[in-house]
Ligand binder design. Structure first.
Ligand code: ACO
Length: 428
């Protein structure tokens, strides 16, 4: 292989393929001409070795436990920034100055209400529907309400629909919760912060004033920052793939929400807390560790392991600190936190987890915080979707603005029957 070419020999043919470098991270072999020149496809189920796009938004070094948004480390953003500021950063590439942040925050707060007819749409769901099922339906349905911003070729339409999605998601998520508990929907109150407004729409009632607890608002905002984007993960790739056909952004976000729901992805925060409840007390941990290691047992330690991080997930570090802050602000002390800390300690000293480089991920501690704030487990993934919307929107915009963008269309290794003749029904 020369410095910027990779050579592949197969079937008696040799092909030279360019090697491209990003600003940081592994180089990539550009295989786009491979099929044309050799008749061969590459094979990579799960995309473990495949870069699907150019992107300037988020960088992860999974071995070192590094996560950067537009170059800024997640720890610094979580400590010093706000979700609105991080949203601006993800969308626009740079941190805003004071005027830009004020203008962006004002714009988002002007889009927080949803079409009144949408509340009727909610009433079609069963009261015991999972809120993620409601989110898939309602977010997809936004395309039926906001026709005036679905021309994806128009940058102004894309901007408005992006702002609408970021602004309306807290309202939609809070309404999904209110519907499940049988309380009236609350309209947004734009004098509150993005996160304070969401907390009020979720936990407030029309009968009395709701007071936002600043520490909880800060913790929630930080949780939103930690979930805002994460490079080409399953749901983001789903949004990009759906958007690559030219589908409108509301439909694309609904596709992302559907993908996020799975327990191997966003659903892990719900599964992690359920697992901690099942384990209960620290004395039961060894039994569950043995189960997680047993190949014949489907049980896995939820909130542990990650496709990309082979080191401590930097978001889990911030989450663990945030648990303590929320507990102190709310004067609660959930014994499951002790169980989680002990579980982490035991797992991280076990050769199985050391060899496989399995560390706590962002979801390991988030459920404990969300539960202390008052969210039922079924809402956890909804909160993830709310925060990730800005990442999906930023990635979708980046894709649509890329002049080289093509419809996503993977190929396959066909293993079915070869051609055969149809046999009439009466002869089978
Ligand atoms: N508990 C026990 N063993 C595990 C775990 C776990 N949580 N995670 C991975 N392993 C083992 C696997 O059994 C496998 O063992 P093997 O090599 O002997 O077959 C090895 O570690 C590699 O695991 P894979 O599943 O092949 O790794 P992959 O990168 O495909 O999966 C995933 C990553 C899905 C996150 C996995 O670690 C997992 O299922 N974790 C639990 C669910 C979870 O917490 N998901 C949240 C991810 S973060 C997010 O989406 C925000």
């Amino acid at each position: 292989m020369s410095e910027n070419q990779a050579t592949l020999s197969a079937d008696g043919k040799t092909v030279e393929m360019p090697v491209r470098s990003g600003t940081i991270g592994p180089d990539v072999v550009d295989i786009r001409k491979l099929y044309g020149q050799t008749g061969l496809f590459t094979y990579d189920p799960g995309f473990t070795s495949t870069a699907s796009c150019d992107s300037a938004i988020t960088y992860i070094d999974g071995d070192e436990g590094v996560l950067l948004h537009r170059g800024y480390p997640i720890g610094q953003l979580a400590e010093h920034s706000s979700f609105m500021e991080v949203s601006y950063l993800l969308l626009n590439g740079e941190l805003p100055n004071q005027d830009e942040l004020a203008e962006f925050t004002r714009t988002i707060s002007r889009h927080t209400m949803v079409h009144e007819q949408l509340s009727t749409f909610y009433r079609g769901f069963r009261r015991d529907a999972h809120p993620m099922a409601i989110m898939c339906g309602v977010v997809g349905a936004l395309s039926a309400f906001y026709h005036d911003s679905t021309d994806i070729a128009d940058p102004q339409h894309r901007k408005i629909s992006s702002h609408r999605l970021i602004a309306k998601m807290p309202t939609i998520a809070a309404m999904a919760y209110k519907y499940s508990v049988g309380q009236p929907f609350l309209y947004p109150k734009n004098e509150l912060s993005y996160t304070g407004n969401f907390l009020r729409m979720t936990f407030g009632v029309p009968a009395e004033e709701y007071e936002v607890v600043p520490e909880v608002e800060r913790a929630m905002d930080r949780i939103f920052i930690l979930h805002a984007d994460h490079e080409q993960n399953a749901s983001t790739s789903t949004v990009r793939l759906a958007g690559s056909s030219g589908a409108n952004p509301f439909a694309c976000m609904a596709a992302g929400i559907a993908c996020l729901w799975g327990p191997a992805h966003g659903g892990a925060n719900e599964a992690a807390l359920n697992m901690l409840k099942e384990i209960g007390t620290p004395d039961k941990i060894p039994h569950y560790i043995e189960r997680a290691k047993d190949k014949n047992d489907p049980f896995r330690l939820m909130g542990f392991g990650h496709r990309v991080y082979k080191n401590y997930d930097p978001r889990a570090t911030v989450m663990q600190q945030t648990v303590r802050e929320v507990f102190s602000a709310l004067k609660v002390n959930d014994p499951l936190f002790e169980t989680a800390l002990r579980l982490e300690e035991i797992a991280l000293s076990d050769p199985y987890f050391i060899e496989k480089k399995l560390f706590p991920n962002v979801d390991f501690y988030s459920g404990i915080i969300l539960s202390a704030i008052g969210f039922p487990t079924t809402m956890f993934t909804v909160l993830f979707a709310l925060a990730r919307t800005v990442g999906w929107v930023a990635q979708w915009n980046e894709m649509i603005s890329d002049p080289g963008q093509k419809i996503g269309r993977p190929r396959q290794l066909y293993t079915g029957p070869t051609q055969r003749d149809y046999i009439p029904l009466n002869q089978r």
